[in-house]
Design a protein around this ligand. Structure first.
Ligand code: PMP
Length: 326
């Protein structure tokens, strides 16, 4: 008999899938690391489990304890899987721009959910960062995950996602393109791949309204870069410790409209029902066309599943309301 001893044993070992139609103008092979195959339907299952196991080992998370996190949904889902299997209580703090589906899913998985306003400074006590910190302080036997600065986030990708991509491409990968939020995915995968072959190029996909690209290019944290945006999962108004700017060769910015349109195109042209940051990632990759040549093997990572966006990017009324469809 071959079975996982619980659902956590099914995390990782996701497929690598060739893109065909959307990338037909590119000279190279483009492969998607398709993370929706994880049990929580996103790449975040990997780092959630790693963060919990490292906190247990360090004595920060004790039996019967409460896990508190500020999460846009996917990390919460990953934490919920591990919390349920391991017997912890979970409190997720989420911002009000996230899709209703993400909030409902967290509740379905047994998490308590606190919703906070998006358009306030990170230092504002109403922000979701500040609320998560406060709840962690007020709750007895609680551990604040802090995926932005928790090194186990990057470590998970260094130990699993990176080696998988290396092995699945027989070491032939030449470029890695991925959306950046906490930075865990790009930093962990990027570090692993560059240790294997320093010539591999690592590109981050950023969004308009986020600080990453400008900071990477100038070293200046420019507050003028910060404004509300629609794309989910990528871009930040802070510099998370998990973004290792030194291993990133460059950032490319994708508009909200393009990210939404390419999320839809992935579903209709490649039959890949992936999330909004996958749309941003593939559009970012297409914008980098001039960097690729015939023998290149470009890996792009798709973070999460389309079902979380059926009321948004996959909904024509919502798309019209945002001015993305005529
Ligand atoms: N896409 C989605 C849908 C996400 O939830 C996240 C995490 N915020 C990202 C992309 C970015 O990944 P990372 O945090 O590892 O940079």
């Amino acid at each position: 008999m071959r079975y996982a001893k619980n659902i956590l044993g099914t995390i990782g070992n996701t497929p690598l899938v060739k893109l065909n139609k959307l990338t037909s103008d590119l000279p190279c092979l483009v492969l998607a690391k398709y993370e929706t195959f994880n049990p929580g339907n996103s790449v975040k299952d990997r780092m959630a489990l790693q963060m919990i196991e490292d906190a247990e080992a360090a004595g920060l998370l004790k039996p019967g304890g409460t896990i508190v996190e500020a999460t846009s949904g996917n990390t919460g889902m990953g934490l919920a899987l591990a919390a349920t299997v391991k017997g912890y209580r979970l409190i997720c703090v989420i911002s009000d721009k996230q899709s209703v589906e993400k909030i409902d899913i967290l509740k379905a998985m047994g998490s308590e959910v606190h919703v906070c306003p998006t358009d306030v400074e990170p230092s504002d006590p109403r922000s979701y960062y500040a609320t998560a910190k406060r709840l962690a302080k007020e709750t007895p036997n609680a551990w604040y995950v802090n995926q932005y600065d928790n090194p186990s986030n990057t470590k998970a990708h260094y130990l699993s996602t990176g080696p998988e991509i290396w092995e699945q491409t027989d070491g032939k990968v030449t470029h890695f393109v991925v959306g950046v939020g906490t930075g865990g995915t790009i930093s962990g995968v990027g570090k692993f791949l560059k240790e294997k072959n320093p010539d591999i190029k690592v590109w981050g996909v950023d969004t308009y309204g986020s600080v990453f690209k400008k900071y990477h290019e100038t070293g200046v944290f420019d507050e003028n870069e910060i404004y509300p945006y629609i794309t989910e999962g990528i871009g930040e108004d802070i510099l998370p410790e998990n973004v290792d700017f030194d291993i990133i060769d460059g950032f490319v910015k994708v508009t909200d409209k393009d990210a939404a349109m390419y999320t839809r195109r992935l579903a209709r042209e490649e039959a890949m029902f992936a999330g909004n940051s996958a749309g941003a990632a593939i559009k970012g990759l297409l914008q980098l066309k001039e960097h690729f040549t015939k023998d290149d093997v470009v890996v792009v990572l798709f973070h999460d599943h389309g079902s979380r966006y059926v009321g948004k990017m996959f909904n024509d009324d919502w798309m019209r309301e945002k001015g993305f469809l005529d």
